[in-house]
Design a protein. Structure first.
Lengths: 470, 103
């Protein structure tokens, strides 16, 4: 009886995951979708604790330990999720993801110890089971160590690190891990099985570290998405080991969804996944052309304030720099000031603006910027010719005309916001240093463009002050 | 060769699920607008925490004197719960802000 109830709960759980993911594709139903999947998960967890039966029909024990673990995990999870700043969202997701990967690895580890204690009986330690066990360990470890490095890099604790031949070392690490796994599977009764097993364990952890280390900050979202897909697959391995179909379904679903999301993100940047992973973006920096740049002109705070106050339409292009400077609230203040003067304000959002796709929308939403003020790239490009002033706040590569005009540029082909169509462009930037991709931006040297140097938040505060005193 | 065929036969159901769910995942996600990519990633991340069920089973099966399995299982339950609970709560926080702005 209990087992059949549990099957029904599992089926409902699997359906809620799929329905939840489906509802995530529309902003209006997304929140409900998230809650539905969460409830499905809760039901499946409670069902597992009380109704799950082992092969011999016995129920699970150690309820105190299980509830203790869940309680500790919930408290930490809720606190972390409630406290995290919206700008720090990418590293939070990365951290959660890494912990999930670690959990999957631990399960495979316990299962290995269990089989090892029984001296690998042929009927339960089949090559198929062992292969999935190793896949779970390797994927889980890569997810864990890779996500930790991604978290460290995004929060500024870890610096980029690359050396010559790193890619060869990476491939070697992965090949050795897989080869050892195959060897262990075919020689389970061998004397060195345990030592070799921990070697695989260690090598895959090291692989995860070296895999993420050389990848540049701007590419981190793609990597997190990819690691998310790997954590789904490692969860699916766990589901297979325990013949648990809801875990298996959920894991594969995330694996597939994560993969396609990774591809979509690469597409938005017009780059292939291999290109992101091998990191030729950074590598081509030196090869970039060194042609003479013209001169740029600066604009004073006062002039900027005047130009914007008397414009009829202003388009703000927010970028990574705005997020770093935590200037989204000040930005909203500026918007209100200008709107009070009868200026029409809109925000042009590039698909990869910010630190993650859609990140800019979240940040601006947090600062109470109304949803209908945010327009997507295609619409923005249609509206630019009618715009008097474009204010670029910490964006760089997404407005670089080289993506359209210069086939030798590493970002050639990436869709950009065509700010050159507008009458005036004001670029708020810390210095003339090139952006993440390390590419010079011709936009800064065009006659329409004026530079306003300074920290985005400071500049916006001063602008608000200037407009007030006009 | 024969063992592979036997293995496929024994795991027929799982292979069906694998193939169908891969297609399902691709189709469901390919329609998500870029605006929702961040909450979506976070949501998918929370779902990948289903692995917690495996952790619970590991924990619940461990014998009272098998301290290694108990400790590892306990850790797996904690980490898995952080992934699930944190993931869903953080996604809700992001989506809440989207909704408030929509008139």
């Amino acid at each position: 009886m209990g087992v059949s109830v549990l099957s029904i709960i599992y089926i409902i759980g699997a359906v809620t995951f799929i329905a939840g993911l489906k509802m995530m594709s529309d902003p209006a139903s997304a929140r409900k979708g998230n809650i539905i999947a969460g409830l499905g998960m809760l039901a499946a967890i409670i069902g597992t604790i009380f109704l799950y039966q082992n092969e011999d029909g016995s129920l699970l024990k150690n309820h105190i330990w299980i509830f203790g673990g869940i309680l500790i995990g919930s408290v930490i999870g809720v606190l972390a999720a409630k406290k995290v700043k919206m700008t720090a969202m990418p590293e939070m997701v990365s951290l959660f993801n890494g912990l999930g990967g670690a959990s999957a690895t631990l399960i495979s580890l316990v299962e290995f110890n269990h089989l090892s204690d029984l001296n690998f009986p042929a009927e339960s330690a089949t090559p198929g089971i062992m292969a999935i066990l190793f896949a779970g360990i390797i994927l889980g470890n890569i997810t864990f160590s890779g996500s930790m490095i991604a978290w460290g890099k995004l929060s500024g604790r870890v610096k980029d690190f690359a050396f010559k031949g790193q890619h060869i070392l990476n491939i070697l690490l992965l090949v050795i891990s897989i080869a050892l796994s195959v060897y262990i599977t075919s020689n389970l009764q061998g004397a060195n099985t345990t030592i070799l097993f921990y070697t695989v364990f260690l090598l895959s952890l090291v692989y995860g570290i070296f895999f993420v280390f050389p990848i540049g900050g701007a590419d981190m979202p793609v990597v997190i998405s990819l690691l998310n897909s790997l954590s789904g697959l490692s969860a699916a391995c766990g589901g297979f080991l325990y013949d648990n179909k809801v875990v298996f379904t959920g894991g594969i679903l995330v694996g597939a969804a994560g993969t396609i999301l990774t591809v979509l993100m690469c597409k938005a940047m017009n780059r292939s996944l291999t290109n992101v992973l091998i990191g030729s973006f950074g590598g081509s920096k030196a090869a970039g052309d060194k042609k003479e740049q013209g001169s740029y002109k600066e604009i004073s705070l006062n002039d900027s304030a005047v130009v914007m106050s008397y414009a009829s339409k202003v388009m703000i292009v927010p970028g990574y720099g705005l997020a770093v400077a935590q200037a989204q609230h000040t930005c909203h203040e500026l918007q209100k000031m200008l709107e009070a003067k009868g200026v029409e304000i809109k925000y042009a959002i590039h698909p990869v603006a910010g630190r993650m796709p859609g990140h800019m929308n979240v940040l601006l939403a947090e600062a109470d910027v109304s949803y209908d003020k945010l327009i997507e790239m295609e619409q923005a490009n249609e509206e630019f010719p009618a715009v008097d002033v474009v204010l670029i706040l910490g964006a760089n590569d997404v407005v670089n005309p080289a993506a359209k005009s210069d086939p030798s540029s590493p970002i050639y082909g990436m869709p950009i916001l065509d700010v050159g169509l507008a009458k005036n462009v004001i670029v708020v930037k810390r210095s003339m240093k090139p952006g993440y991709a390390g590419i010079e931006n011709d936009l800064f040297f065009q006659p329409k463009t004026s530079m306003l140097f300074g920290d985005a938040k400071k500049v916006l505060q001063d602008l608000v002050g200037e407009i007030k005193s006009l | 060769m024969e063992s592979i065929l036997k293995w496929i036969y024994a795991n027929e159901q799982m292979i069906y699920i694998l193939v169908l769910v891969i297609f399902l995942g691709f189709i469901v996600i390919s329609r998500v607008p870029a605006v929702l990519h961040t909450p979506l990633m976070s949501h998918a991340n929370a779902i990948s925490g289903v692995v917690i069920m495996g952790a619970i089973i590991v924990m619940g099966r461990a014998d009272a004197d098998n301290y290694v399995a108990l400790a590892l299982g306990f850790l797996a339950v904690i980490l898995g719960t952080i992934n699930v609970v944190g993931g869903f709560v953080v996604t809700d926080r992001m989506l809440e802000m989207f909704k408030k702005k929509k008139k």
